[in-house]
Design a protein around this ligand. Structure first.
Ligand SMILES: [Zn+2]
Length: 98
């Protein structure tokens, strides 16, 4: 006697995850680091700056175009202090910009 549990076909979860990612990417917020207060936003870098690449100041490795990454700048130093970080590098970043 086969007692199959086959009713798991709800694709809802996938949709929710996608939604959360979009939300995370679009909402700028502030974060405290040792070096100060930073305005932080996630980006894919795909609009306006197409073809542009960035060097992550933490690991000094190129951020490939189309990769979701973190853009952050020191609120007190202004937007010109803006840097692009790998998401994991931003977490490691101690707040001191080179
Ligand atoms: Zn990095």
């Amino acid at each position: 006697m086969a007692r199959g549990k086959k009713r798991r076909g709800a694709p809802k979860r996938e949709y929710e995850e996608l939604d959360v990612t979009r939300l995370r990417m679009s909402i700028p917020h502030t974060e405290q680091k040792r070096g100060g207060e930073f305005q932080v936003q996630q980006t894919m870098g795909s609009n306006a700056e197409e073809g542009k690449t960035w060097i992550c100041p933490v690991c000094v490795v190129l951020i490939e175009p189309g990769v979701v990454h973190t853009v952050a700048w020191d609120i007190h130093r202004g937007v010109q202090s803006r840097r692009h970080f790998h998401n994991h590098c931003w977490k490691l970043f101690d707040g001191i910009l080179p």
